[in-house]
Ligand binder design. Structure first.
Ligand code: SF4
Ligand code: SF4
Length: 299
């Protein structure tokens, strides 16, 4: 499937709408999933400024309708003004639905206002990690506050981020053309619009690795303020079949599946009967072998 066919527009009555728009309100996380494709375990604490968030949504609204605004991170519940952000998203009216993706650890501390503000709550349940509210309580809240609840067991990850540049252009093109993230995870991040959820954090990651950030990174995204908020420009950007600079350090959907594991778990986040240390040690060894294998293959 060519990327030009992959653009996730939903055609209905009125102008075409984007199926999803992701917004990462935090970059850091309270978990340390091995293989996190936002590179959140290594990210310094960073929360989006409330006014920046509002301005970005207002600007994007003039470019496209959105079916579902997806609030993510890092871990979005680490944002100290999350309820306010959700209320702003609602009042701007950029999307038909506002949904939050969370690892669930902090749900026990979430106020009623949080549950009132979401249309759907997607909880990624990682092995050995305790969700902050029991399932029965979450079901009760979903009925009381009228939101859709989805709890997804995330036992495996796809190996995606790599530390070595892929110099084979044909291979980069194949990775990009088959990348489902480029289709499903268009991301608005601090004034810029990206085709995928990996690209916004690409420069931070290369800098952390001590590598130079390539000049063509400028074309990985478009500004959405000023002329960038133009609908035709957003559509042209999404239909462009040129791989991103970030694709040269990414396996897209072609990476191998590996068991999810945490690099470390703090006592608050784990429950003895959920933890199986030998399993996690195996998972980490498997992930390390995969990474080494990918590096060898790219030499
Ligand atoms: S929960 Fe895991 S995959 Fe999700 S942002 Fe945190 S570290 Fe990454
Ligand atoms: S960087 Fe490229 S290959 Fe990786 S997720 Fe984004 S579009 Fe896909």
């Amino acid at each position: 499937m060519a990327v030009s066919d992959m653009v996730s527009w939903v055609i209905g009555r009125g102008p075409a709408a984007l199926a999803h728009l992701d917004y990462n309100v935090t970059e850091h996380c309270n978990l340390t999933c091995v293989g996190c494709d936002h590179d959140s375990p290594a990210a310094p604490p960073r929360m989006v400024d409330v006014e920046t968030f509002r301005k970005d949504l207002v600007a994007f609204k003039s470019a496209s309708r959105v079916r579902e605004l997806r609030i993510l991170g890092g871990e979005p519940l680490l944002h100290s003004r999350l309820v306010e952000l959700l209320q702003i998203a609602r009042s701007v009216g950029v999307a038909d639905k506002i949904v939050v993706f969370t690892n669930g650890v902090l749900l026990g501390r979430a106020p009623d206002g949080f549950f009132d503000a979401v249309d759907a709550l997607y909880i990624s349940k990682y092995p050995g990690v305790v969700v902050g509210l029991p399932r029965a309580e979450l079901v009760r809240k979903s009925r009381k506050h009228n939101f859709k609840l989805s709890i997804l067991n995330c036992d495996t990850f796809v190996e995606r981020l790599i530390d070595t540049e892929i110099t084979d252009k044909a291979r980069v093109a194949r990775i990009y053309q088959t990348c489902t993230i480029a289709k499903n995870c268009h991301t608005l991040h601090e004034g810029r619009f990206y085709k995928c959820s990996v690209a916004p954090f690409f420069a931070r990651r290369l800098t952390k690795l001590g590598q130079a950030v390539p000049q063509d990174i400028a074309t990985d995204s478009i500004a959405i303020h000023g002329d960038g908020g133009d609908a035709a420009r957003v559509q042209a950007y999404l239909k462009d079949t040129t791989p991103l600079a970030a694709c040269r350090w990414c396996l897209g959907s072609t990476g191998q599946e590996m068991p999810n594991s945490q690099a470390r778990l703090r006592p608050l986040q784990r429950r003895g009967d959920d933890i199986n240390p030998p399993r996690f040690r195996r998972a980490r060894r498997y992930a390390a072998r995969l990474t080494a294998g990918v590096r060898r293959a790219l030499r």
